[in-house]
Design a protein around this ligand. Structure first.
Ligand SMILES: [Zn+2]
Length: 439
C-alpha cells in the first residue's frame, strides 16, 4: 500500500461539505456508469503475469517447502491505451467531455486500490464495482471567484451550470486564500476541496509532543521541556460525565425527556472540549510559529496496544483531536510510538517503570516519565525532519542529538531535569498563563 504519511506536505488541503438543490438529473448515475465502463475496459486489458511464490512450513525442527503460482496484474497505463479509452467513452456522452477525464481517474484509482489490496491478500481477483452515484468534478470544469465566493461548475458547456455559493458558509473565512481543487458532487451535496501551497521556509525547529491525561508535554530544543496544563480540560470532561452518568441511571423513568437531556449534555460536553482544543492548538501554533510538531503515529497504536509500553496515563481522544486540529494550523508529522516512554534519554537502553511518574535506567538514573516521552518523540522527529527535508533548515539547538547512535553518550545535553523548564496553563479564554519557569 502506498504510504502517504510522513511525506512532507506540499500543499494544505481542506475539504468542506455544502448543500445544493440543483437538479443534476442523472449526471451522478451516468458518471458512475461511465466510470464503471472505464473499469471494465481497463480490467479486460490487464495482463496477468504468472509468478511463482515459495512457501514454507515447519515439520518438527525442519522446514518443508512448496510453491504456488500467483497471478500478478499489470494494469495498462500507456498513453495510446488511455487515448483510445477516452475516445471510446466519449462516444455517447451527453455532458461536458471533461467529466470523462474524471471518470478515467476514478476508474484508475479504484483499480489501483483493488490491486494493492489484492497483492496484500485482502481482496480476490474480482473487478471493482461502483455502487453509490457521485460525480468527480475536475478543476477544468470549474470557475471560482474568490471575491463573490461563487464556484461555477459546468454541467453542459454553454448550457447548464451549477453555482455553489460559499460566501455565507461558516468555513469561508478559513479558506479565503485557498484555491478550489476537485469537487465531489452528489445528489444534494457537494464536497469541495480547497488547496494552498505549503510554505516550509519558516520552519526551523521540531517539537516533540506527548499527550498525557493532565498535561501536554513538549520538548523544544531551546526552551527545553515545556509543559501545558490540561487539568482544566480533564475537569471539564469530568463535570459533564458526572451529569451524564446520573441521567443514564434514571433514564428508564422518563426515556423521552431524559434522552433529550442526555443529548443536550453530550453536545455541550463535545462543544466545550472542542472549544478548548481549538484554543489550545491556536495558541500552540502562535507560540511556536517556526515549529514542526511531532506526534506519535496514532495508527500504529493498535499494533502496540497490548504492549505494556502503552499502559500509561493518557487520553487518546484528546491526543487525536489535538494532533488533527493542529494539522490545520501548523505542520504535524508522526513518528513510531514504540517505546518512546521507556527508552533512556541518555544511553538509549530500555528502562523500567517505577511507581508514579518515574522511570529508571540502571546506568543513568531516574527520569520523569512525561519528560522521557516528549524527549524521545522529539529525537525521532529530528531524525524524520532531516530525512524529509534533506538536512536543510531543521533544526537548530539540539540538532546533534540525532547524529549520535542511541547508545552513544550525549553528555552535552542537559535536558534531564526533574521538572519542566517552562510550564503553561490554558484557561478557557484561550490565554496561556505562564506559571512556572525554572532556569
Ligand atoms: Zn541510560
Amino acid at each position: 500500500m502506498p504510504k502517504k504519511k510522513n511525506k512532507l506536505p506540499t500543499e494544505i488541503v481542506l475539504t468542506y461539505k455544502v448543500k445544493h438543490n440543483h437538479d443534476l438529473k442523472n449526471l451522478p448515475y451516468e458518471f458512475i456508469k461511465i466510470s464503471q465502463r472505464a473499469v471494465d475496459i481497463i480490467w479486460e486489458n490487464i495482463n496477468w503475469k504468472e509468478k511463482t511464490v515459495k512457501h514454507r512450513y515447519k515439520v518438527g525442527k525442519k522446514y518443508k517447502y512448496y510453491t504456488t503460482t500467483r497471478l500478478i496484474p499489470e494494469i495498462p497505463k500507456d498513453n495510446d491505451f488511455k487515448r483510445e479509452l477516452r475516445n471510446c467513452l466519449l462516444e455517447d456522452w451527453k455532458f461536458a467531455s471533461h467529466y470523462i477525464d474524471g471518470a478515467i481517474k476514478t476508474a484508475y484509482s479504484a483499480i489501483g486500490s483493488w490491486k494493492s489490496n489484492y497483492l496484500n491478500g485482502k481482496r480476490r481477483r474480482n473487478k471493482p464495482i461502483f455502487k453509490r452515484p457521485f460525480v468527480r468534478v475536475k478543476t477544468t470544469l470549474m470557475k471560482y471567484d474568490k471575491e463573490t465566493g461563487k464556484i461555477r461548475i459546468t454541467i453542459k458547456p454553454r448550457k447548464e451550470y451549477l453555482i455553489l455559493n460559499i460566501k455565507d458558509e461558516w468555513f469561508f473565512e478559513r479558506v479565503k486564500d485557498f484555491d478550489v481543487g476537485e469537487v465531489i458532487l452528489k445528489e444534494n451535496e457537494a464536497l469541495i476541496t480547497f488547496k494552498k501551497p505549503f510554505d516550509l521556509s519558516d520552519k526551523k525547529v521540531v517539537i516533540g509532543v506527548d499527550s498525557n491525561l493532565k498535561s501536554l508535554d513538549l520538548y523544544h530544543p531551546i526552551e527545553g521541556w515545556v509543559r501545558i496544563d490540561l487539568s482544566e480540560l480533564h475537569r471539564l470532561k469530568r463535570v459533564y460525565d458526572v451529569i451524564i452518568d446520573k441521567l443514564k441511571s434514571i433514564y428508564k423513568k422518563a426515556p423521552k425527556r431524559i434522552g433529550k437531556l442526555l443529548k443536550k449534555y453530550w453536545n455541550r460536553r463535545k462543544n466545550r472540549v472542542e472549544d478548548f482544543i481549538n484554543k489550545l492548538t491556536s495558541q500552540l501554533s502562535k507560540l511556536f510559529p517556526d515549529a514542526i510538531f511531532i506526534f506519535e503515529d496514532l495508527d500504529k497504536f493498535n499494533m502496540y496496544d497490548k504492549n505494556s509500553d502503552f499502559n500509561r496515563d493518557l487520553d487518546r481522544t484528546n491526543w487525536r483531536k489535538i494532533a488533527k486540529k493542529l494539522e490545520y494550523k501548523s505542520v504535524v508529522l508522526y513518528v513510531n510510538p514504540h517505546y518512546t516512554s521507556k527508552t533512556c534519554p541518555v544511553c538509549g537502553s530500555k528502562m523500567k517503570s517505577q511507581e508514579g511518574q518515574v522511570v529508571k535506567c540502571d546506568k543513568c538514573g531516574i527520569f520523569n516519565r512525561q519528560f522521557v516521552g516528549c524527549y524521545n518523540i522529539f529525537k525521532r522527529g529530528v531524525r524524520l525532519a532531516k530525512k524529509l527535508l534533506g538536512g536543510v533548515g531543521v533544526p537548530v539547538a539540539g540538532a546533534e542529538v540525532d547524529d549520535l547512535l542511541s547508545n552513544e553518550p550525549r553528555g552535552e545535553l542537559r535536558p534531564m531535569k526533574p521538572n519542566p523548564n517552562v510550564s503553561y496553563t490554558v484557561d478557557l479564554n484561550g490565554r496561556f498563563l505562564k506559571i512556572y519557569n525554572c532556569p
